[in-house]
Design a protein around this ligand. Structure first.
Ligand SMILES: Cc1ncc(COP(=O)(O)O)c(C=O)c1O
Length: 411
């Protein structure tokens, strides 16, 4: 085998090799049997990926419901899998987005000035402590880009919200995973691991997705005492508005150890608008300006988020509906001899009472009956399915499908 072929075997991906005095790149493909051949009919390629990208799996962290619908050739009857807020945005937010549609020819304010100023008033900090981004997912990407380079250690929980891991892989970081303690993320253990491996970042969602559990704010503050110097804690608070008040820690805004992230996707019902924010120490927040997409925020989303923030009455009503839906999901679980776990979010993890294979069969049975739900990735949490809060009609469809899905899974 030539050195180049060995190199390709190592990389395990398409690799361009320079030919013709560097004018063009030929693409060689490593076949399953280890042989090396030209890809296609002497196919030429012009995109020469970085070594890192060439090594990444062609992975999709989430297969969206629309993708599933196309594959199934059938629409879902109930969309209960992505922890969206089916109760929707405040009418005032809808009106603001409709009005903004006429102005959509303009780029949005690159500083999100009005929104940041409203958020600063709500949080009780300065505007310089807040950065607005394309949802928490987008902000996680920027943060990882700011801090993680090839070989840097980061820590997360095994089975936690996976978008962070995807960004870390994209920047060549090394991910260290810590098991859940019971069904909750274990912050002291995450911090211990960070100290062991010299991690730059810890990802911690509170409340947690996929289990819906939460850690008390006072316990977060206590755990922070052991945070190694030079390690930043990302506190992902996507579900903060649904959580009990004692879930939210009282951390000084200029505390350099923590950056917090929240979103308009969940309680504010605006997941499709892609808008969220991070808040923390001035220096940390200012650094986002070095890498963020300055015109990445949709103008209508900015207007909608501002209006949504101004309608706290709607938010309260939403939280009441979510709390009712959580109770309904628990009741449906109990009626089917399953156990619903306590939830501080807008979804409920339902323990199917056996292993991951069984829960996967239940999930497949639900999907086959047009109910979109998801489940945790890692054992033993994968004994559960995860059901987002829905309207009474969505949960009625779930209640109809569940007994059949369970019976099928048991056969
Ligand atoms: C823990 C957690 N963080 C972040 C997100 C995504 O938030 P956004 O829509 O703001 O990107 C989700 C969505 O499911 C989530 O569960």
């Amino acid at each position: 085998m030539t050195p180049a072929a060995r190199n390709i075997r190592h990389i395990g991906a398409l690799l361009p090799l320079r030919h013709n005095a560097g004018h063009e790149a030929m693409c060689y493909r490593l076949a399953r049997d280890g042989s090396l051949g030209l890809s296609g009919d002497m196919e030429k390629i012009y995109a020469r990926y970085t070594t890192l990208v060439a090594t990444l799996p062609a992975s999709v962290p989430f297969v969206g419901p629309e993708v599933q619908e196309r594959a199934r050739h059938a629409p879902f009857e109930a969309r209960l899998g992505a922890n969206e807020n089916i109760f929707g945005p405040a009418p005032r937010a809808v009106a603001a987005m409709q009005a903004a549609a006429h102005e959509i020819w303009m780029y949005a304010d690159s500083e999100s000035y009005d929104l940041r100023s409203a958020l600063a008033a709500q949080i009780g900090c300065e505007m310089r402590n807040i950065v607005v981004g394309e949802g928490i997912d987008g902000l996680l990407g920027y943060l990882v880009r700011l801090l993680v380079e090839a070989g840097d250690a980061v820590v997360t929980s095994d089975g936690a919200y996976p978008t962070f891991n995807y960004h870390v892989a994209g920047f060549g970081g090394t991910l260290h995973k810590v098991p859940y303690a019971g069904d909750a993320e274990d912050l002291p253990a995450l911090i211990d691991k960070a100290a062991q491996v010299g991690a730059k970042l810890i990802y911690f969602a509170n409340p947690d997705n996929p289990m819906g559990s939460y850690t008390r704010g006072v316990d977060i503050i206590r755990a922070l005492d052991a945070l190694p110097e030079g390690c930043l804690l990302i506190l992902d608070e996507a579900y903060a508005e649904f959580a009990p008040a004692d879930a939210l820690p009282d951390i000084a805004i200029e505390d350099p150890r923590v950056i917090r992230m929240r979103t308009f996707s969940k309680a504010y019902g605006m997941a499709g608008a892609r808008i969220g924010y991070a808040f923390g120490a001035t220096d940390m927040i200012r650094s986002f300006d070095k890498v963020r997409n300055h015109f990445g925020i949709n103008r209508a989303a900015q207007a909608g988020a501002l209006a949504a923030l101004g309608d706290q009455g709607w938010l309260t009503q939403t939280c009441e509906k979510v709390s009712q839906a959580r109770a309904d999901i628990s009741r449906i679980a109990t009626e089917n001899a399953l156990t619903a776990l306590p939830s501080a979010t807008n979804f409920v993890a339902v323990d199917c009472g056996a292993d991951g294979d069984f829960a996967r069969r239940v999930l497949a049975g639900l999907v086959a009956r047009n109910i979109f739900v998801r489940m945790p990735f890692a054992a033993p949490q994968d004994r559960c399915i995860r059901v987002s809060c829905g309207r009474p009609e969505d949960l009625a469809a779930f209640a109809r499908a569940l007994p059949e899905a369970l019976a099928e899974a048991r056969r």
